[in-house]
Design a binder for this molecule. Structure first.
Ligand code: HEM
Length: 187
């Protein structure tokens, strides 16, 4: 069902805000994980790991679900569709996998934060987990940057379903890619 232009702009605002906000929150998480791993000051290390857990539960997790929900609305409420263009499908995949990994990752975060709350962490304590927090955050940042680039460039490439839909419709059809006519059609 196509949204009217006003509603589309409103939902697009929500989608860009939640998605790019998620990316920004991952950058904060990355910095906290780096500080926690590298600082020599016990209070700074403790503060970093204590801040990481609420950042995850109250910012990252809600934004990841908000990005998914608003992305689904953008897809299904516009002529982009959900299964017609590879760039939309890739973003769906990125979002679902990244959200699932984030939820798994939050268990590690919780454990490190609990230990940090009880005792000062020396540089060797939970080293593997602390490196994992840093590495996962760096990987998430790269993957979300790819999602932003896909969104802005909207590379050509119709799925088989998208191709069939295009052939099956009459009149001038939206074409994915540089001219972005599919996206502009309902603006
Ligand atoms: C993975 C995290 C995501 C990021 C960082 C992201 C980012 C963005 C950005 C920045 C735009 C605006 C592009 C523009 O107007 O030029 C956009 C648009 C769009 N996104 Fe996402 N997105 C994400 C997830 C998703 C998901 C999961 C879906 C689909 C299920 C989706 C579907 C769309 C669609 C269809 C548009 C075009 C909307 C329109 O033209 O009205 N996005 N996204």
């Amino acid at each position: 069902m196509a949204m009217n232009p006003r509603l589309r702009k409103l939902t697009l605002t929500a989608h860009v805000t939640s998605s790019v906000g998620w990316l920004g929150a991952v950058a904060v998480f990355l910095v906290l994980a780096a500080v926690g791993l590298s600082s020599d000051d016990a209070q700074t290390v403790r503060g970093a790991y204590l801040a990481i857990e609420p950042t995850g539960w109250f910012v990252l997790v809600p934004l990841s679900f908000a990005s998914l929900l608003t992305g689904l609305i953008q897809s299904l409420g516009t002529s982009w569709g959900l299964f017609r263009h590879y760039w939309v499908l890739f973003k769906l995949l990125i979002n679902v996998v990244a959200t699932a990994l984030l939820l798994v990752h939050m268990q590690v975060v919780g454990h490190v934060a609990d230990v940090a709350a009880e005792a000062s962490l020396s540089s060797g304590d939970l080293f593997g987990m602390r490196v994992q927090l840093l590495a996962d955050a760096a990987a998430a940042l790269v993957v979300l940057l790819v999602a932003v680039a896909l969104s802005v460039y909207k590379p050509r490439g119709l799925t088989r379903y998208g191709w069939r839909r295009q052939q099956g419709m009459r009149g001038p059809q939206p074409v994915a890619g540089g001219d972005q006519t599919a996206g502009l059609a309902a603006r």
